[in-house]
Ligand binder design. Structure first.
Ligand SMILES: [Zn+2]
Length: 277
């Protein structure tokens, strides 16, 4: 019996939020398992699937899952015609906005904004709440209401969770319970919080990771106006001592080493069952 759809390689393609900078493209995470690829959010970081040749070599099936429709998470959809494989796009339109995702994305995917035809930009499907299989990956999606627009928290099996564009939410702890690698938004420092009603601080990211028992924590969706990355990291490490600052093109560890020293915790496989064939 062979497992499929289990994330084996993770790469942070865009670690920033809002505005790309010299060092950070906006939100994009790439996960690969054999010939199947999964992209979480299509910020400007998606361009790295074009400019870093080889990342999609051998990938025959590609899915892009969106957390929400803000431009820093969807503008990379216009780069799709440059990819060697046409993806299917999954978005939370009907679920979180009561409108089909294809309709919500239509202005971005048609004239006069787009020079490409919608047919060249990949089909659009509806992301559902809860557990679902997407492109062979087991995805769990959770509604996050504490942002300027509703967003989806995403979890890929037990390997990785992406919690971004949300203020601190205690329910995130349940969602990320015992996940191998948590990618959490860290928009500002708790000593000088910015937009805290819609975006989490680094301390709050560390708190979620620590309480969830995540094995690794990477801070991402970094504010381009941030003054001190060292301060941001220290803020998170007050709760999660092994937190890391996200960098573009960084590999995401998917080995299980608890942040806490209390030893291995029980896996959550029953909640987030992987597909097996
Ligand atoms: Zn954002």
């Amino acid at each position: 019996m062979r497992r499929t759809g289990v994330a084996r390689e993770g790469l942070l393609l865009g670690s920033g939020g809002w505005i790309p900078t010299e060092r950070r493209e906006t939100t994009c995470v790439f996960i690969r398992s054999g010939d199947q690829g999964l992209v979480l959010d299509a910020g400007t970081g998606l361009r790295r699937l074009v400019s870093s040749s080889g990342l999609l070599t051998g990938v025959r099936k590609l899915a892009i899952v969106l957390t929400h429709f803000h431009l820093d998470h969807v503008c990379g959809l216009s780069y799709v015609p440059a990819l060697p494989v046409t993806p299917t796009i999954w978005a939370p339109g009907l679920w979180l906005y009561g409108q089909r995702s294809e309709e919500l994305l239509a202005p971005l995917r048609s004239a006069p904004i787009s020079s490409s035809e919608p047919s060249d930009l990949g089909g659009v499907r509806e992301l559902q709440p809860g557990a679902q299989s997407i492109g062979g990956f087991q995805i769990h999606a959770r509604e996050q209401r504490a942002h300027w627009a509703p967003t989806a928290g995403l979890r890929v099996g037990d390997e990785l969770a992406l919690i971004t564009d949300t203020a601190y939410d205690p329910e995130s702890v349940v969602f990320a319970r015992d996940v191998t690698h948590l990618l959490h938004e860290a928009w500002s420092c708790s000593a000088n919080p910015v937009a805290e009603s819609g975006d989490a601080t680094a301390a709050q990211a560390g708190q979620v990771a620590e309480e969830a028992g995540a094995h690794h924590l990477t801070l991402m969706h970094i504010n381009p106006l941030l003054r001190s990355e060292e301060e941001l990291l220290a803020d998170a490490r007050a709760f999660a001592p092994r937190a890391q600052l996200g960098h573009d093109c960084a590999s995401l560890r998917l080995d299980r080493v608890p942040l806490r020293s209390s030893g291995a915790r029980r896996s959550n496989n029953q909640l987030f069952a992987r597909e097996e064939v």
